[in-house]
Design a binder for this molecule. Structure first.
Ligand code: DX5
Ligand code: ZN
Length: 237
């Protein structure tokens, strides 16, 4: 693969947004140049927390359409197959399922594609890349969790950087360089450069976009500046 010139994409996670003004917060993201909004869905079983639903996707759909935006559902739920239709009907463009929750991952990803959405597979920090060896040709993106899923605002697990490097090398070696690598959890100005250099395509960020007492636009600008520092983007893929 040749050098990549596109900057790392930042996907705000609305888990950290002020839910009372969710529309305004998401609009601020789109106005600041964001294309993709990340929606964390938690069932209280797969992860020890309950959050967001297809209803949030449906509510955000018209706003996303106004800006040509993309809505991504990160399903941290058991038996995701039961709800794929609901999330697609609500307006999800991308549906991500956890490899740990899918005994028939090939069937699940095929179903997502049949529904007209883009399939992604997500891995918990302790889940090996070998678990997705067989499914890589079938997906458009891999979500590498850099925290144990369930909560926003957790500390970044540094081992995720090496995991991204190894996955990027595997994808390149197998002629799958088009597969996006997304990283989710604990991303800040302190680690986004290393993630970009390792071959991350999309950085999901909640607290560092919606928190910290600064406006969303300023937070996004700080993250982009940190990611675009010299050395912030590798040229190996
Ligand atoms: C964690 C979620 C993440 C989380 C990221 O289970 O999947 O998307 O909201 O939030 P921060 O950036 O605060 O770690
Ligand atoms: Zn997420």
């Amino acid at each position: 693969m040749g050098a990549v010139t596109a900057p790392i994409e930042i996907a705000p996670s609305i888990l950290a947004a002020d839910l009372l003004s969710l529309g305004d917060q998401v609009r601020a993201c789109f106005e600041a140049g964001v294309r993709r909004i990340h929606v964390d869905v938690m069932d209280g079983h797969f992860v020890p927390n309950i959050a967001l639903s297809a209803g949030h996707i449906a509510a955000l759909r018209p706003l996303a359409d106004e800006y040509g935006g993309v809505l991504e559902a990160h399903l941290m739920i058991d038996e995701p197959d039961r709800y794929l239709g609901d999330f697609r009907d609500a307006g999800s463009d991308i549906i991500e399922v956890h490899v740990e929750a899918c005994p028939h991952l090939h069937r699940t990803t095929q179903r997502i594609r049949q529904l007209g959405a883009v399939p992604g597979v997500a891995l918990n920090p302790a889940t090996s890349l070998t678990t997705i060896d067989e499914i890589l040709p079938e997906v458009d993106q891999v979500l590498v969790m850099s925290v144990n899923p369930g909560f926003g605002g957790q500390a970044f697990i540094t081992g995720a950087v090496g995991k991204v490097s190894r996955l990027r090398a595997t994808l390149n070696a197998r002629g799958l360089g088009h597969v996006a690598i997304e990283v989710d959890g604990g991303i800040t100005v302190a680690n986004i450069e290393a993630l970009a250099a390792a071959g991350t395509t999309v950085a999901v960020a909640g607290s560092s976009v919606f928190g910290g007492g600064c406006a969303v636009a300023a937070n996004l600008a700080a993250l982009r500046a940190a990611a675009d520092q010299p050395g912030g983007r590798g040229s190996s893929w």
